[in-house]
Design a protein around this ligand. Structure first.
Ligand code: ZN
Length: 270
């Protein structure tokens, strides 16, 4: 499942192909993904020039010179393919640029989404309206996190997955960052000191940045013909390593809460 670093890498991979280019073909190939694809997508985007690409939480944003923003979410299985040799069954959107590059959005499980909004309405767009700060942005600090959670009895892991507290953090990165910061996933938000929150914010930034760097180094492959954007392998400290030794020698533990796995070390995380 694509997480924030994969989306960041995807946007970085799309940028050299799309930025500054006029779109000569925009073709949705079905009416809906998780929700309907805007009916006027083709009409509003065909002939428009892409002026910029960015990311908000786990959404990618493609801006045009007509003041529109195409917002994509990769859901569980979405990925972009660049210059594919052929259009496949699960390619749900085809874009072509004036220099004959072709991009397709492929999503077999269709949990992703495509929305077209006005550039001045981005902050009010449903999923973004009440979203917390970006974990890699300046607003996200130990002080912010302490202020956002000082009276919260919920476990810190649950708070970090809450999009109102911080945007776009998924299960893998939360497990890894809590491990790196030495904080038990079960500790109540209110019971974590400011210095420990500072360490946690640093850990979150570090774990995301190293995943983005790993994705960046594999970008070369994506931009080859038939390249795929969106996924890369990464070696985790605790995630998916139940029973294997932690760096301290103790076995990595796994617990399942409401269908979601938590991996942690009892000895390193208090
Ligand atoms: Zn350990």
């Amino acid at each position: 499942m694509p997480e924030l670093p994969e989306v960041e890498t995807t946007v970085a991979g799309l940028r050299p192909v799309l930025e500054g280019r006029r779109l000569t073909r925009v073709e949705p190939r079905r009416a809906d993904l998780r929700r309907p694809i805007p009916e006027d997508l083709r009409q509003r985007m065909t002939g428009a020039r892409v002026t910029g690409l960015s990311r908000r939480a786990k959404y990618g944003l493609i801006e045009t010179d007509r003041g529109d923003v195409l917002v994509f979410h990769l859901g569980m299985s979405g990925r972009w393919r660049i210059d594919p040799s052929e259009i496949e069954k699960h390619d749900h959107l085809v874009l072509e640029t004036e220099d004959d590059r072709q991009l397709v959005l492929n999503d077999p499980r269709r949990f992703g989404s495509l929305d077209l909004i006005r550039a001045d309405e981005v902050d009010d767009f449903g999923p973004f309206a009440s979203m917390g700060p970006e974990p890699l942005g300046e607003e996200f600090t130990g002080q912010y996190l302490k202020a956002a959670t000082w009276d919260r009895k919920a476990p810190i892991k649950q708070l970090l997955l809450d999009q109102h507290v911080v945007a776009g953090l998924g299960n893998i990165y939360v497990c890894e960052a809590l491990h790196m910061a030495g904080i038990s996933p079960r500790r109540a938000g209110a019971g974590i000191s400011r210095p420990r929150y500072n360490r946690l914010v640093e850990a979150i930034r570090q774990v995301l940045a190293s995943a983005i760097a790993a994705g960046g180094s594999s970008l070369r492959d994506f931009v080859q013909p038939d390249g795929e954007l969106g996924y890369f392998a990464k070696q985790w400290l605790v995630y998916g390593r139940e029973g294997e030794p932690c760096r301290c020698g103790a076995p990595v533990m796994r617990r399942v809460d409401s269908g979601r796995s938590t991996f942690f070390c009892r000895k390193c995380q208090k």
